[in-house]
Ligand binder design. Structure first.
Ligand code: SF4
Length: 375
């Protein structure tokens, strides 16, 4: 199994919390799509040995691409790769780009999953983070996607927003449930250096939500979604049975993937390759028919730490026999020794050979995972 990730680094405006690579300069979009196909052609061998089962177009905002450009991109990918085994084809969209016509065209191209950045159903909260859509637009967009025949809809939400109360967050979660979406990703707002949000906090213009409020919001989220029939299958991800994100699950299972586009990265099962965060540099290199990635050769303990982190974040947990197989018995013995105090405190469960976070452990996951790292 392998996946393909396509990065579309364009956004019409910048949300104040966002530190992803994206630009509003959409004039280069056509050239960029040609470059993506050029890169696909040059790098197809990297995943030639495994059937491609997931394709994910993320961003930025892939839905800023006109239907004609998405069509050119998808048709071009079919010419380069064997996509006959594709199980999941996701595109990220923004609510203000969604129309029945657009979604119908995407569905006809084989896209069978839509992931939409909603973040909040409260217009004041949306304005506070400079989202460019309203709550009404988000609700209408979800319905338009479902009516156009794509039932597998995922939405992203953020809690701990400036000025957000626990009651408001409850309303957000209830609204999400009422839309009958199949998947919800929910993150606590994080303040990243270099973002406008970071500067606003430094200037005292926004106040960070307290840890207590964020914990209460997380608990509300988990309990309401569980009651509504969602599985909590990764710390920040919830799915109706049968609707876990296959593409993201493959990241957590260390499945190889090829990332195409500016700022995209790839993983071949051992090492990572990184494309530069520059559209200009990316397009120039591909116009000269050359790739632009740099390779990061991971030390065994870096792979160990990453594997511990991503697997422990999932409800499937971290099987210590996998750690022994990949890194030796000493690594799994060390892991179990470091895990024991957390097991004693009820923060980790050890079921057979598998470690999982308990609900209390989820709230302290960063600390627990850091402690379980190799040194
Ligand atoms: S739409 Fe997404 S990628 Fe674009 S600025 Fe907002 S959060 Fe960042």
């Amino acid at each position: 199994m392998a996946g393909i990730y396509i990065h579309i680094p364009y956004c019409k405006s910048k949300c104040i919390y966002c530190d992803f690579y994206s630009t509003p300069q959409v004039a280069t979009m056509e050239q960029y799509v040609h470059s993506l196909l050029g890169e696909a052609n040059l790098r197809q061998e990297e995943i030639a040995h495994s059937p491609i089962t997931t394709l994910y177009m993320g961003g930025g905002t892939p839905s800023v691409l006109a239907v004609e450009l998405v069509t050119e991109l998808v048709n071009g990918l079919h010419e380069v790769f064997d996509l006959s085994r594709l199980e999941e084809f996701t595109i990220e969209v923004n609510p203000d780009d969604v129309s029945s016509k657009y979604i119908t065209a995407l569905r006809e191209l084989g896209i069978n999953r839509v992931s939409m950045g909603v973040q909040s159903f409260n217009d004041n909260e949306l304005r506070a983070i400079n989202r460019r859509h309203t709550s009404r637009q988000a609700i209408d967009a979800v319905r338009a996607i479902q009516d156009a025949g794509i039932g597998n809809v995922s939405i992203d939400l953020i809690y701990g927003l400036p000025g957000q109360s626990l009651d408001s967050w409850k309303n957000n979660v209830e609204q999400a449930i009422s839309l009958n979406v199949r998947h919800i990703s929910a993150y606590c707002l994080s303040y990243e250096r270099g973002t406008r949000l970071w500067v606003m906090r430094e200037q005292g213009k926004v106040q960070e939500a307290s840890d207590e409020l964020c914990v209460a919001m997380h608990n509300t989220l988990v309990s309401k979604l569980r009651q509504a029939g969602f599985e909590h299958y990764e710390i920040s991800n919830f799915a109706k049975p049968g609707y876990r994100s296959r593409h993201n699950s493959s990241y957590w299972n260390f499945t190889p993937y090829l990332g195409l586009g500016a700022a995209a990265h790839s993983f071949d099962g051992t090492n990572r390759r990184f494309n530069p965060s520059s559209i200009k540099q990316y397009i120039k290199a591909l116009s000269e028919n050359r790739t632009v990635f740099t390779i990061e050769e991971l030390e065994w303990w870096e792979r160990h730490d990453e594997e511990v982190m991503v697997r422990l974040r999932t409800s499937d947990g971290l099987d210590t026999t996998v750690i022994a197989k990949h890194y030796g018995n000493n690594a799994s013995d060390t892991l179990l020794r470091k895990a024991q105090p957390f097991i004693n405190q009820g923060l980790l469960n050890l079921n057979g050979t598998t470690l999982t976070l308990t609900p209390a452990g989820v709230m302290m996951s960063d600390h627990i995972i850091r402690t379980l790292m190799w040194d």
